[in-house]
Design a protein around this ligand. Structure first.
Ligand SMILES: *Cc1c(COP(=O)(O)O)cnc(C)c1O
Length: 449
């Protein structure tokens, strides 16, 4: 009773963060977790914040809103695309209907994707696109005479989303498997590929012995499980939320070869890596590998609206269509939301003209700016790949303290585990990137030494 009364009184007056606290769930947080910062406005690469201590701050968004807002906020081209579409229609069902924004976006996606992608399924979030991708590989296997192939092969350290099938292929230790014993399907986990580095010219280095060993282990594991596998599911070249770990593109080539040898599909989860983030338009391009199925999301709409897509080859599409299923068995209510599709096409236009130069520039700025962190006692490593910069500490980050220190230094970060990292908007100027790097280094130094 007292708790209910306390929750109720929070609705009356008080500032926004206080009204939020205890009422609205935040990602991976308890109801009584740290009081959130309130955003009063966002423009370009900057957020205006009301802080828990009642101060306000303007910060450079080093997170690009969880890696999505690659063009920054209130971009005039994206705002105009959204306005235009709202004046037409915001949403219609996709069952039995179609519309220009969906068809145009699908045409663009298949044209830009690595390999011969022929078909597009629009989903409403990254996790749902992973569900659809996994489901369609099962349908493919059943359609081509292998209904018993129902397991997935992946690598440890992965992250593919929070819905149940997606969770089941996340890292079995660091993911949330232990919270749902008996509920998640059990899949096959190969070791993590050895961590690799890539220099400013795009040349990768990895420990050769470790690579050879990993490839042998991966092949051996696939061999053991070959007849029960439907697909290899993997984040190409950079594992994101599982630990911000780049790995040698040759590992992806090994996965492609193994998939082909065993009649298994290769699903590339490009939700984090797609649209230029790693320094290639899609991370698969580092390995010159064409997946059979590819998920994109996050930056797809430039961070404006929730939208994801599953792309697939004609072989996969044809097998499902010609099977006794006769259909891909999925159909979200908000499938191919016209508003999201229209903004996504506008975002792809902006990317086409600018992503490559911008990502190289941000890459150079991160390399120069984050190296200062190597001098700190608490830091064990610094790494960058494309527009991704990571400071790794020797132990867990004090997230609220580092967040507050970064805000005081003019930067918004959201650290996790032992990592303080940035995946900034591509449109950051050199000065913005320098502010991000200096703010990250200062925050780590102030809190962890
Ligand atoms: C974020 C992410 C997802 C999940 O996307 P949501 O839109 O949060 O559901 C899946 N895979 C990867 C690689 C991601 O980074």
């Amino acid at each position: 009773m007292r708790e209910a009364a306390a929750l109720a009184t929070r609705h009356v007056g008080g500032d926004l963060a206080a009204r939020d606290h205890g009422l609205v769930w935040h990602p991976y947080a308890p109801l009584n977790g740290p009081v959130p910062y309130a955003v009063s406005s966002a423009s370009g690469v900057r957020l205006s914040l009301e802080c828990p201590d009642d101060s306000s701050a303007e910060v450079v968004d080093a997170m690009a809103s969880w890696w999505c807002a690659v063009h920054g906020y209130r971009h005039p081209v994206l705002d105009a695309a959204a306005h235009r579409q709202i004046d037409d229609f915001s949403h219609v069902m996709f069952g039995g209907l179609t519309h220009e924004p969906a068809v145009e976006l699908a045409e663009r996606l298949v044209a830009m994707a690595p390999g011969p992608m022929a078909h597009v399924f629009f989903a409403d979030s990254g996790s749902v696109s992973v569900e659809v991708a996994l489901k369609l590989t099962l349908q493919y296997q059943a359609a081509t005479g292998s209904p018993g192939r129902q397991r997935f092969l992946t690598i440890r350290g992965g992250y593919h989303g929070d819905t149940f099938a997606a969770m089941s292929v996340c890292d079995p230790v660091d993911g949330m498997h232990s919270a749902f014993p008996g509920v998640l399907a059990s899949h096959v986990f190969a070791p993590r590929p050895p961590m690799a580095t890539v220099d400013a010219d795009g040349v990768w280095s990895t420990d050769e012995t470790a690579f050879v060993q990993w490839a042998a282990d991966f092949r051996a594991l696939a061999e053991v499980h070959a007849r029960e596998l439907a697909a290899v599911v993997v984040e190409p070249v950079l594992q994101g939320a599982g630990g911000m770990r780049p790995y040698d593109p040759r590992c992806l080539q090994v996965m492609r070869e193994v998939a082909d040898e065993h009649g298994v599909l290769l699903v590339a989860d490009e939700i984090a890596t797609g649209f230029g983030r790693t320094g290639r338009l899609f991370a698969c391009e580092w390995a010159d590998v064409a997946p059979d199925v590819m998920c994109v999301g996050k930056a797809l709409t430039g961070g404006y609206l929730s939208l994801a897509a599953v792309l697939m080859s004609s072989r996969v599409g044809a097998a499902i269509t010609e099977s006794s299923f006769g259909a891909l068995l999925h159909g979200p209510t908000f499938m191919a939301n016209p508003l999201a599709c229209a903004v996504a096409s506008a975002s792809l236009d902006l990317l086409r003209d600018s992503w490559s130069q911008n990502v190289s520039r941000v890459d150079a700025g991160l390399r120069a700016g984050l190296s200062a962190a190597l001098k700190l006692d608490s830091v064990v490593g610094v790494r960058t790949v494309g527009a991704v910069g990571v400071i790794q500490l020797g132990g867990p980050v004090d997230v609220p303290a580092v967040t507050a220190a970064a805000v005081r230094n003019g930067v918004w970060v959201r650290p996790f585990r032992d990592l303080v990292y940035t995946m900034p908007p591509y449109v950051c100027t050199d000065e913005d990137v320098a502010i991000i790097c200096a703010g990250m280094v200062a925050a780590v130094r102030e809190v962890h030494g």
